[in-house]
Design a binder for this molecule. Sequence first.
Ligand code: ZN
Ligand code: ZN
Length: 135
Amino acid sequence: MVDTRMTNQRLKIIDYLKSVKTHPNAKTVYEAVRKELPAITLATVYRNLNLLAEQGEILRLEINNEYRYDGDLCKHQHCICKECGEIFDVFHPDISDYALRKIEHDDFHPECVNIIYGGTCKKCLKEKRLKKKTR
Ligand SMILES: [Zn+2]
Ligand SMILES: [Zn+2]
C-alpha cells in the first residue's frame, strides 16, 4: 500500500528542488516545503531527501561537510566558489561521459560521476580585482 501522505511530501520536495538552482541544504528545503505542508518536520524532510537521493530521483552533493540537494538530473558539473560558497551548474555532458568511459573496466562499472570544480566566481573575481586596484 502506498502511503499517500509520504508521496505528497516527496513530490513537494522534488517540485521545490526542480524549481531552484541554488542546491539548497536540508534546512532550506524544509523551510520552503513547510509553507505548503505546515505539519512536516525537519526529520521527515531529511529522511525523504536521503531516500530520494538513494532512489536516484535527486542528486546529493557533499560540500564543505554538508549535504546539498539538486533536482536537476541531467549530466552536469558543479563549480564552487571558495570565496562566497556559491554553487553553479555547468553543462558539459561530454566531460561526464568521458569521465565515466575512462574508468570503465572489468572490476568496476561506473554509473554516475560527480565533478566538482573549486575556484572563484565572476562576482568574487571582480571584487578581488577592485581590492587590488585600491591598494
Ligand atoms: Zn564567489
Ligand atoms: Zn547542479
